[in-house]
Design a protein around this ligand. Structure first.
Ligand code: SF4
Length: 253
């Protein structure tokens, strides 16, 4: 944990252009609104902040394309633990994995294209994201992964109070994504997912797009979250805030 923290702190202290890719579950992690979360990161020294789901249109398009052209089931590759499980224990299912980068990696790539020379930092609820790129990709687009827990530690160390931070805009507004119907099957929890993979029946799952997540309840319950709220409550908070954001975006457009 300390290594990620000191790496980020030294980049910021040395004046590197550092850009944050903020995982969607920040809405369940922080009580403050999106502007204040971005404001605290800006105060910390980030050059810019963007939500990882900014790449959602590309992801949705790829998922829909894959679902349209293929009669096979498609397993989304968002969760490195599930990907690793398939890789090591169920190699016969690798052909069902969606063949595009995960949202974190795709966003890292886009940021590198738009801001050459910048350092990209994914901030989210997941420890496994720290090894995802090294294990599954040839090129590294995400320079560092830190968890919300680590971010809080850094903010506390720098005496930055998110509640009192000025509101800052993201580099770009994320898409209105609450209405996109991209998910046809969801399973979470390592045991449930393992059982599901063990008994995988491709014929009965044909054309299904599947989100399989190792943490019970999904990323909202990842090990890098700090909130003590029960998972159901976190999901409720998250959905409510997504609706508010979607409504605000629609009003603006
Ligand atoms: S479900 Fe858990 S392990 Fe998988 S990506 Fe989300 S936080 Fe990481």
């Amino acid at each position: 944990m300390q290594r990620s923290i000191s790496k980020l702190e030294s980049w910021l202290a040395e004046g590197h252009k550092v850009i944050a890719s903020l995982a969607p579950s920040y809405l369940a992690e922080f009580e403050e609104n999106a502007g204040k979360v971005a404001g605290a990161l800006k105060k910390l020294g980030f050059y810019g902040i963007e939500e990882t789901i900014t790449v959602l249109p590309d992801i949705v398009e790829a998922r829909e394309r894959a679902a349209g052209y293929s009669r096979k089931p498609i397993i989304y590759n968002s969760c490195p633990v599930v990907w690793g499980l398939i890789d090591s224990h169920y190699p016969g299912l690798k052909k069902y994995l969606l063949n595009i980068p995960s949202p974190m990696v795709l966003h890292g790539r886009r940021l590198k294209e738009r801001f050459p020379g910048a350092k990209t930092v994914f901030i989210g609820p997941c420890e496994a994201k720290k090894w995802e790129e090294v294990r599954f990709y040839k090129t590294q687009y995400v320079d560092l992964v830190i968890t919300f827990k680590e971010l809080r530690q850094i903010l506390t160390g720098q005496k930055i109070d998110m509640q009192n931070s000025s509101e800052t805009k993201f580099l770009s507004e994320p898409p209105i994504w609450v209405e996109t119907g991209i998910l046809s099957f969801f399973k979470s929890g390592l045991k449930n997912v393992s059982n599901f993979l063990e008994n995988f029946d491709a014929d009965s799952m044909a054309s299904y797009g599947m989100e399989l997540l190792a943490c019970e309840g999904g990323c909202i319950n990842g090990p890098g979250m700090t909130t003590a709220e029960p998972v159901e409550k976190r999901i409720g908070i998250y959905c409510e805030r997504i609706m508010v954001k979607g409504k605000a975006n629609r009003t603006k457009s």
